[in-house]
Design a protein around this ligand. Sequence first.
Ligand code: AHR
Length: 314
Amino acid sequence: MMKTLLTSAAITACAFAASAQTVGFSQIGSESGWRAAETTLTRQQAEERGIDLRFSDAQQRQENQIAAIRSFVAQGVDAILLAPVVATGWDSVLEEAKEAEIPVVLLDRRVDSSDDLYLTAVGSDLVHEGSVAGQWLVDNKPEGTCRVVELQGTTGSSPAIDRATGFRNAIEGNADIEIVRSQTGDFTRTGGKEVMESFLQAEAGNEICALYAHNDDMALGAIQAIKEAGMDPGDDILIVSIDAVPDIFQAMADGDANATVELTPNMAGPAFDALEAYWADGTEPEKFIQTESKLYTQSDDPMAEYEARKDLGY
Ligand code: AHR
């Protein structure tokens, strides 16, 4: 039955291939610099390819994303891009899109639904990102016990779940590294600052060796909190995070941050490549199109990395 649906969807797709394609994009919101860059690049990619992009900002709410997808289905778009805010609760609406023979491509986050319900997912290996950050700490922590605080991403989101797992996998077996506090900062700069302030208060008198933040924006907020508390981020407290936004490279150049793992904001390029092949002749992409996760440290010429990224919409 699934196969029949897919085949007929592919035939319908081929029939539409000659005319301008319309793609609905359900974006999570604008919680971080990385998210802003992903939105900018998606709009640019669509424009360059002559795709009519219909954009919907969910303002961090899954119910808004579900409503947007239903609206895209009602409009009869040719495909839907979905950056899912959380991992669960998508089965029904993805089934509706499938029933309407509209291919869905997941961007940057994963869902726990069957992969029959979407065409492909573009993103990084989120567990690996956390492991790269954890391994950096294992290799660079000072001698002796290292007490770590963790700023988690949005609760229930796949990057928050997987980046926590990957980091723990990497530090496992290092008895002198201990995560002493862990709380969500919701991937925002404000959240990172507020939660770091509460960590510093709660740990007053106890040394914090390192901060692991699930994204750079939370790390940047935390850096501010650490400075306001009279300490030296990047030195008194090591800072490792994920995304590689321009501001974290500025912080690295200033000695305030130590390492970041890059997540490319160009998810739309591979997504549109897959869709164009599918529209052209029904080519089914791999179910997961993986992007690279590269580690950057203070020795990687952070100002050059800042310059390379500063006009990309972050
Ligand atoms: O899903 C990717 C994550 O979402 C990015 O790391 C974070 O900055 C964003 O908000």
